[in-house]
Ligand binder design. Structure first.
Ligand code: AMP
Ligand code: GLY
Length: 416
């Protein structure tokens, strides 16, 4: 089969790595891909129409979309209109990630447990309501904001500032509607599942580390590391997650006639009252995917074809018992301003330890691999137990360097 994978980050490198292992894969194209994806043929198209043209011309049998923006722009609508096979929700269903008020409404109407929230299109009304709320309180820009649209405010002043920033246009259109949400306390976990509108199949659980610094301090980032499985999600909790979140999600998709043949990512908080939804994403998580796919024994291409063809009832996923850990190495300063272009050394030595080094923000400049983004690499390793997986990942991280290379030293510590 010819496959088109869209995206160029660590998540997409992990997808490409796993797809390349499938006997079904003949040619693997990636738009745009990254220097780590050695088996991929790079493609420059980036709009839904250009990508669909490319898929038609190159007889692509399966297209997989990494990032959310294209899903919200309707790439799945564009491909399916032209009879092209693609994994993902259509643009209406992608609103589950693209609009937090749409998602909240879906959760409430279908009885999924979530934090209480009020939605405001008007700054004055939002500020007035805020005065009646206890702190901490959570302020969310409604639309896509690249992971930056959520503030967990510890004081009313901080919350007020976050609301004003939204209405002042800090997040563009995404911020002119604001949610003021009850703050949930507990441990977070990421539940990813394949859903084809008829069947929903959870993937292995995982946990992300969103804050920039050790001990969960510093600003929120796209994710500084992940591990799988997340021990907080034990057998009893899985049962509750299936009953109260995943099954009602599928019923909601059916009742609302949403076209959803893709990945649903439920960000949950395990509270004293049970698991509650923080958010939906309609795609694989980054860096959760690096840790989760490292443990998948099944053929990913076969699984994704079944998702696109609504034949997930015929799929059973097989997982390695070994835990996986992904440590994200970043540019100094990320998620704030950072410099790029520093030569990277030691990847080969890291790989020789048995780790997988997923590229995220790298490029080749004058024949030399250099840093080209905030999140640069996702160093991923398995182990017989979590302790060993952590040690293996950090041993590999220790081989890699560039000027200003930064990473958290406590990925998975909470689970140990
Ligand atoms: P989201 O983009 O909605 O996942 O929010 C990003 C992060 O903000 C989450 O991973 C949580 O750490 C935090 N967060 C979001 N909503 C809440 C909430 N209601 N209570 C506490 N923390 C939250
Ligand atoms: N790791 C969080 C996300 O992918 O949104």
């Amino acid at each position: 089969m010819n496959i088109l994978l869209i995206g160029g980050g660590g998540r997409e490198h992990a997808l490409a790595w796993k797809m390349a292992q499938s006997p079904l894969t003949e040619k693997l194209f990636c738009a745009p891909g990254n220097p780590g994806m050695k088996n991929c043929i790079p493609v420059l198209a980036d709009s839904p129409e250009d990508l669909a043209n490319f898929a038609e011309l190159n007889r692509i049998d399966l297209t997989m979309v990494g990032p959310e923006a294209l899903l919200c722009q309707g790439i799945v609508d564009c491909f399916t209109d032209r009879g092209l096979r693609i994994v993902g929700p259509d643009c209406r269903a992608a609103q589950l990630e693209g609009s937090k008020s749409f998602a909240k409404d879906f959760m409430l109407r279908h009885g999924l447990p979530t934090a209480k929230a009020e939605v405001f299109d008007d700054e004055k009304a939002a500020l007035k309501y805020l005065r009646s709320q206890p702190v901490p309180v959570v302020i969310k820009a409604d639309g896509l904001a690249a992971g930056k649209g959520v503030v967990v405010a510890n004081s009313r002043e901080e919350a007020e500032q976050a609301i004003k920033a939204c209405f002042a246009g800090s997040f563009g259109e995404a911020g002119y509607r604001v949610l003021i949400e009850e703050c949930l306390i507990g441990e977070e976990a990421s539940i990813l599942a394949l859903c084809d509108g008829k069947t929903i199949i959870p993937l292995a659980s995982s946990q992300d580390h969103k804050r920039a610094e050790d001990g969960d301090r510093g600003p929120n980032t796209g994710g500084m590391g992940a591990y799988s499985p997340a021990p907080v999600v034990d057998a009893a909790l899985w049962k509750v997650i299936n009953q109260r979140i995943l099954d009602p999600f599928l019923q909601g998709v059916q009742r609302d006639l949403l076209y959803f043949r893709g990945i649903i990512y439920a960000g949950i908080m395990v509270t004293a009252d049970g698991p509650k939804l923080l958010e939906f994403n309609v795609r694989f998580g980054d860096p959760e995917t690096q840790a989760v796919l490292a443990r998948l024994d099944s053929d990913l291409v076969k699984v994704l074809c079944a998702t696109a063809d609504a034949q997930l009832d015929q799929i059973e996923l097989k997982w390695s018992d070994k835990p996986a850990v992904c440590v994200v190495m970043t540019s100094k300063g990320y998620p704030g301003a950072y410099e790029k272009g520093f030569p990277i050394t030691g990847i080969k030595e890291a790989e020789e330890t048995g780790a997988i080094v997923f590229h995220a923000g790298t490029k080749v400049h004058n024949g030399q691999l250099v840093t080209a983004g905030g999140r640069v690499l996702g160093v991923t390793a398995l182990g017989d137990d979590l302790r060993q997986a952590v040690d293996n990942a950090y041993r590999a991280v220790g081989k890699i360097s560039w000027e200003g290379a930064t990473f958290r030293h406590d990925i998975a510590q909470r689970a140990l």
